[in-house]
Design a protein around this ligand. Sequence first.
Ligand code: HXC
Length: 510
Amino acid sequence: MKDVLERLEDRRAEARLGGGQKRIDAQHARGKLTARERIELLVDKGSFEEFDMFVQHRCADFGMEKSHIPGDGVVTGWGTVNGRTVFIFSKDFTVFGGSLSGAHAAKITKIQDMALKARAPVIGLFDAGGARIQEGVDALGGYGEVFKRNVIASGVIPQISLIMGPCAGGDVYSPAMTDFIFMVKDTSYMFVTGPDVVKTVTNEVVTAEELGGASVHAVKSSVADGAYENDLEALLQMRRLIDFLPSNNTEGVPEIPSFDQPDRIDMSLDTLVPDNPNKPYDMKELILKTVDEGDFFEIQGKFAPNIITGFARLEGRSVGIVANQPMVLAGVLDSDASRKAARFVRFCDAFSIPILTFVDVPGFLPGTSQEYGGLIKHGAKLLFAYSQCTVPLVTVITRKAFGGAYDVMASKHIGGDINYAWPTAQIAVMGAKGAVEIIFRADMNDAEKIAARTKEYEERFLSPFVAAERGYIDEVIMPHSTRRRVARALSLLRHKAAETPWKKHDNIPL
Ligand code: HXC
């Protein structure tokens, strides 16, 4: 019996060595952790149970028949994050560059199937070069199986991808179909084809960072939802993110004990909005002063920062925050901001996370570059996303809510459940100057008349009261009591039920 047990330990030790000490050292020298070290940091201590440690590929071409490494380039299993179940696969770059064979794919699809059955999130840690070139169509077929499951699980269980090394081909397409992608700065890259292929096909010379580093995907392309300094920070932040998310689409949001009183008032908010309507202020200050313990997990913080999206809690329960940011482009809605917020709103709605919207928006960004880029369609995405929400929608207009953007930003008309305005709110088709120039064009040469008309417009329309008189705003609230009011509103809406007519699925403008 002792021999049998020892044999098991030997085989386990061999599997744990992956592609060998030399490659593990190379991994460390690049500032990266190994697949198993990453899992240890991600899950609660001692909670990881590994499956399929001895699986090997079945390829017999290009010398592969002589090269078998137990585990075949991916470590799979399940564990807990602060006590809640998560399923994990972690690509092992030391084994054939983490590339995907048929057997490797079967390990991942087994985890995906188990996670779907258990209704628990899947976290993929990627550090891999795509389809295993020696395997050909078996690898491509394997990816197809993974992709299909990504789609079936979408909207049922959260799927999170953390990119922790150079990733190509299927190892970027599968993450692209998950809910969130995060990267590690300077050591992770995402591209459909790497710099060498780019040079061969297009003659373009480009570095891996320029082609697909975190500086590209978390800032310019919006493929990534955020980037972290190193493996350790990234993994700890994934633990934090998981705490905000429901395990599936029916469980409801997690509740974490909060030490922050829900009726806490903050007098400094009464002076947050400057007297001058063209002066910016930081909407993040309002978010941090409203939510529990100032704890805010931002999504896509570096992309389209004219809109803010992220998770927070009120009375210990997760809430999605969407807020215009007057500090950037005056908080205008452009194509990028609309796309960013639309995707976030849809995630929240799919997983029954209530949405709190803070509005200070001068409208949609005019101009050819926006129109040529499809602003109409991208803006419609956000309008569509909010309009189809069945989760509780609580909205606070702090200052401007102009034009179509007023409608879009979770207004009463498209489904806002509780809509508040601060006394500083200005709800109108547009600002006074633009409005007067259009409706009093005939008086344009008479400065006195124009000044009087402008004042008249400002007094009549640039306040929350016209909307409040019509019931489009439920209540004009004191800024200092924002936290108390939204906490009460969310509590009121906790068991909101909304029926929508049966359909196979909608046809959101893509
Ligand atoms: C087999 C691979 C591999 C692959 C890397 N390796 N990619 N083996 N299949 N796809 C192996 C290398 O041979 C090497 O083995 C080890 O992994 C490390 O690779 P290096 O190239 O030395 O590392 P690095 O310089 O860091 O470059 C990493 C890389 C590069 C950027 C990922 O290896 C690369 O470009 N690989 C090919 C990417 C690719 O085109 N994949 C196919 C995509 S098509 P040794 O033994 O030397 O350690 C695809 C289809 C899916 O995925 C469908 C999409 C819709």
